[in-house]
Write a protein that binds this ligand. Structure first.
Ligand SMILES: Nc1ncnc2c1ncn2[C@@H]1O[C@H](COP(=O)(O)OP(=O)(O)OP(=O)(O)O)[C@@H](O)[C@H]1O
Length: 591
């Protein structure tokens, strides 16, 4: 029987207990935005690499200004051109055309170069951030703590793969569009102000003198529409926040099915899985309905405003029309300026959804950063010592709920000694090894050994994708003579794989659990650790292969200290000492 696909699976000693997250627990919470969420944006711009991206950003902003400047120029050109056209001055029109074409080419060039620079900058930023996040995620066993630490953060894969990409793309696009919107607003506001001139009128016996009424009217109309959109669309932020979570939960559940496909197939668990996945799908559908409702409300106001824009402009231009003070060229320029001011003011509302997504992304990244950099309590102190053997002093291992699991007052394991750890299921054998490996943070006491020369073999061996040679060397990149690999494989009855040493494959799903365990033993034989911890590392082997594996270890590593969690009676004679964990007292007995 082949083992569960190890390509991409975790190195945990058993299937991760929390890999299935049945509820969308945090999706029910309202988003808690805080200013510190925005801090996620800054590290890149303060890093040693900052000068190139800052120069690129400067270039993009400069191009943006140039682009807006050209748009203002187009407005002026429009007025001149259409006034000439309606006055039938064809010669003037022909003179104006080549200039127009030249500026068009320049403007398109600016736009294309700005887009190119933005994309390059976005990718550089994303790569830098991803490298930093990967380093943090893979350092100090953060990946293990996140998975096994009671769900302090969910879906780290989504944070690293999707959220970082979204953060860079969205924040750059919104930031640059925002700068462009403000520049456009200022530039065309001046145009509108100048065109708008003054408006004198008498109402109820009072004389009014209004300057720049065209600009004021445009701003007022846009602000009313924005206010309505804000009122109707604000719950969209919350709904979008939840949407990201429910989507990620479904994806995580699907990955879970893929990872455990064989077990599910043996159980014929299709219906149960369909039910479980339907639960996630129902969450998506439920939230999606909210997203749709809030989106159509906001879109309705936005679209209504867009389609009535020309009427609003006509109303605003009515005084000039009544005074016969509007040429077609001036109308054309006013229309362009009106649209630009409206569009840039509207930028804030048309980017409502993106802003909502960005805020959710930043919040999740901030939570992730917090989770990975959370200082790990070191109540169980591991001392790295060059002294041979292992010393355990006043060690108490607790469960996560702080109830005591196991106590070892004082224990010395001498160099080269072989200890068998026994005890009923659930007494804490694996947890003791986790504490030795620095993966268990609940409890207190001291464990001293040569950490740098120790190796742990869990029950479920991790076989990364790649060549068999790389799998055997994992996690190091040491290279041995071919004959050495061959001899080790032969000793462990894996001779059939010698010709396949350089085959690139997903060995986790090719090898049977027993073969995978023998590959792990081969790793120990190849890397020759000073101390070897084994957690039921041969439990999937038949009696003969298990005896053979132990015999090979003893023959090849006579000076290696071995601490081995095992149940099989037949293994007792390979060990000199026995440590039995007592379920009732939580103490150990040594024999
Ligand atoms: N992440 C965890 N969260 C909560 N409880 C845990 C966790 N890991 C282990 N435990 C608990 O600690 C106890 C000891 O578990 P451990 O895996 O060490 O047992 P074991 O002796 O190795 O069992 P077995 O022989 O069945 O492998 C068990 O009661 C288990 O439920």
């Amino acid at each position: 029987m082949n083992g569960p696909a190890a390509c991409g699976s975790s190195i945990s000693p058993r299937p991760p207990a929390t890999s299935w997250r049945p509820s969308v627990r945090r999706t029910d919470l309202p988003p808690r935005h805080s200013l510190s969420d925005w801090s996620v944006l800054f590290p890149y711009w303060r890093s040693g690499e900052k000068w190139i991206p800052l120069a690129m950003l400067g270039g993009i902003v400069g191009l943006s200004f140039a682009y807006v400047r050209m748009a203002v120029w187009f407005g002026m050109w429009n007025q001149q051109f259409f006034d000439a056209m309606f006055a039938y001055r064809i010669g003037t029109c022909l003179r104006l055309l080549p200039i127009y074409i030249a500026v068009c080419i320049l403007s398109s060039g600016c736009y294309v170069f700005q887009t190119y620079l933005t994309q390059v900058l976005s990718m550089r930023w994303r790569l830098w951030n991803t490298r930093v996040y990967l380093r943090r995620y893979l350092s100090d066993t953060a990946y293990y703590r996140l998975e096994h630490g009671g769900g302090r953060d969910d879906n780290p894969d989504q944070r690293i793969a999707d959220d970082l990409s979204q953060m860079t793309v969205l924040s750059l696009r919104m930031g640059l569009d925002g700068i462009q919107a403000v520049t456009t607003l200022l530039s065309f506001s001046i145009v509108l102000w100048n065109i708008g001139g003054t408006f004198d009128f008498t109402w109820m016996g009072h004389h009014f003198h209004l300057s720049g009424y065209l600009l004021l009217g445009t701003v007022a109309a846009t602000l009313v529409a924005s206010f309505l959109m804000e009122k109707l669309g604000s719950p969209l932020i919350e709904a979008d926040y939840r949407q990201q979570h429910v989507d990620a939960d479904l994806r995580a559940a699907l990955v879970d099915v893929r990872r455990n496909s064989e077990q599910i197939a043996f159980y014929r668990g299709e219906q149960a899985e369909e039910l479980r996945l339907s639960h996630y799908l129902a969450n998506i559908a439920h939230n999606w309905r909210s997203v749709v409702t809030y989106t159509w409300r906001a879109s309705f106001v936005g679209d209504l405003f867009n389609s009535t824009a020309s009427i609003i402009l006509w109303v605003l231009l009515l005084p000039k029309l009544l005074a016969h003070a509007l040429t077609f060229g001036e109308y054309s320029r006013t229309n362009a300026a009106f649209m630009q001011v409206r569009r840039s003011l509207q930028w804030f509302m048309s980017n409502y959804t993106d802003l909502a997504i960005l805020r959710s992304v930043l919040q999740r990244l901030h939570e992730f950063e917090h989770a990975v950099s959370e200082p790990q309590p070191h109540d169980i102190v591991r001392i790295d010592t060059a002294a041979p053997g292992i010393d355990i002093t006043n060690l108490t291992i607790n469960r996560p709920d702080t109830t005591p699991l196991l106590t070892i007052v004082d224990l010395h394991i001498g160099q080269g000694e072989r200890w068998m750890v026994r005890g009923a299921s659930g007494t804490g054998k694996s947890t003791l090894l986790r504490a030795m490996a620095g993966l268990w943070e609940y409890g207190h006491g001291t464990i001293a050994f040569d950490i740098g020369h120790a190796m742990f073999l869990p029950q479920r061996s991790y076989l990364p994708p790649g060549t068999l040679r790389r799998v055997l060397d994992y996690p190091f990149s040491t290279r041995h003579e071919d004959a050495y690999y061959a001899a080790v494989l032969q000793t462990l009855n894996l001779g059939a794989y010698i010709p396949r040493l350089d085959e690139d494959a997903c060995w986790g799903s090719i090898l049977s659990p027993g073969e995978a365990q023998r590959v792990a033993i081969a790793r120990a034989l190849l890397s020759r650790p000073a101390i070897l911890f084994m957690d039921e590392a041969t439990c999937a082997l038949d009696a003969e292969n298990e005896r053979n594996a132990y015999a090979a270890l003893l023959a090849a590593l006579p000076r290696t200290t071995i601490v081995s969690v095992a149940h099989h009676e037949g293994l007792r004679h390979f060990h000199q000492h026995e440590m039995t964990l007592n379920a009732r007292t939580g103490n150990i007995t040594i024999s």
